[in-house]
Design a protein around this ligand. Structure first.
Ligand code: PEP
Length: 244
C-alpha cells in the first residue's frame, strides 16, 4: 500500500481550498493506485470532504479529542470529525506535542476513540534534533509506540517525522530513514499491530517531488506525510503520481 497525505496545518481559506481541490482533481490520475488524503484545518473539513471524498480520497482531522462531547472549549471530538466527512485523524503530530502539550497517555485514549468512531488514526512519531544528537532516536520512537500496548491492534497508519526535518527543508538521509522505518516495523510487529492489519509507515519531513522517488525506494517507506509541498496542488498531484 502506498499513501500520500497532505497536512495543510493552519493554512488556506474556503476559496483557496476549493480551488486547490478542483485543481488537484484535474491533475490526478483517473484512478490513483495510492491512498491519498488531505488534512485541512477544522473549518475546511466539510468543504474539502464534499469535494474529494466522492473521488475516493481520505480526509483527516488534524487532531481529535478522546471524549465524544462535553465541556472542552476549543476541542473537536471524533464523532464531530465523522459528522463532517472525515475518514481519519492525524494524532501526535510533533507540532501538537511541542506547542500544545500532547502526551502519549492522551494519544492512547485518542486512538481508541478514533477506532470507536471508525476513523483511521495516522499516528505521527519522531525525535528532536537534541534527541538524535544524544543517540536517543530509537528509544524515543520505541517510547512513542509503546502506547500500542495499551490500545491493542486496529487500523493504523504511522508517520515517521524527524522533528528537525519538518518545515526546515532538511530531509533525513536515506540511511537514517531506513534505520528508523525498520525499527518502527519491528516495534509494530512486537506490539501485535501488524497481525491483522496492514500498517503503512509514511515518512514526513520536507518531502518534495524532487526527493520523494528516492524515499519511496527505501524499504518500509510506504509514502509521505507532506506539509509545505502539499499546499501546491500540482506538487501534491506529482507526489501522488510518484506513489502510484
Ligand atoms: C508535516 O507537517 O507533517 C510536514 C512533514 O511538513 P513539511 O513537509 O513542511 O516538512
Amino acid at each position: 500500500m502506498r499513501c500520500v497525505v497532505a497536512n495543510w496545518k493552519m493554512n488556506l481559506q474556503s476559496e483557496e481550498a476549493r480551488a486547490f481541490c478542483e485543481d488537484l482533481l484535474v491533475h490526478l490520475a483517473p484512478e490513483p493506485q495510492a491512498e491519498l488524503g488531505i488534512a485541512p484545518p477544522f473549518t475546511l473539513l466539510s468543504l474539502v470532504s464534499g469535494l474529494v471524498r466522492p473521488k475516493g480520497l481520505h480526509v483527516f482531522g488534524q487532531n481529535g479529542h478522546a471524549e465524544d462531547k462535553g465541556a472542552f472549549t476549543g476541542e473537536i471530538s471524533m464523532p464531530q470529525l465523522r459528522d463532517v466527512g472525515c475518514s481519519g485523524v492525524l494524532l501526535g503530530h510533533s507540532e501538537r506535542r511541542q506547542f500544545f502539550g500532547e502526551t502519549d497517555e492522551a494519544l492512547a485514549k485518542k486512538i481508541k476513540a478514533a477506532w470507536q468512531w471508525d476513523l483511521l488514526p495516522l499516528l505521527c512519531i519522531g525525535e528532536t534534533l537534541a534527541q538524535r544528537d544524544a543517540g536517543e532516536t530509537l528509544a524515543v520512537l520505541g517510547q512513542q509506540l509503546s502506547i500500542l500496548s495499551q490500545t491493542g491492534p486496529g487500523p493504523l497508519w504511522v508517520a515517521y517525522e524527524p522533528v528537525w526535518a519538518i518545515g526546515t527543508g532538511r530531509r533525513a538521509e536515506a540511511p537514517q530513514v531506513l534505520e528508523a522505518h525498520a525499527f518502527i516495523r519491528a516495534e509494530l510487529i512486537r506490539h501485535g499491530a501488524c497481525a491483522d492489519y496492514e500498517v503503512p509507515i509514511l515518512y514526513g519531513g520536507s518531502v518534495t517531488p524532487e526527493s520523494f522517488p528516492e524515499l519511496l525506494n527505501i524499504p518500509e517507506v510506504a509514502g509521505g506525510l507532506v506539509g509545505g509541498a502539499s499546499l501546491d496542488p500540482h506538487k501534491f498531484a506529482a507526489l501522488a503520481k510518484q506513489a502510484d
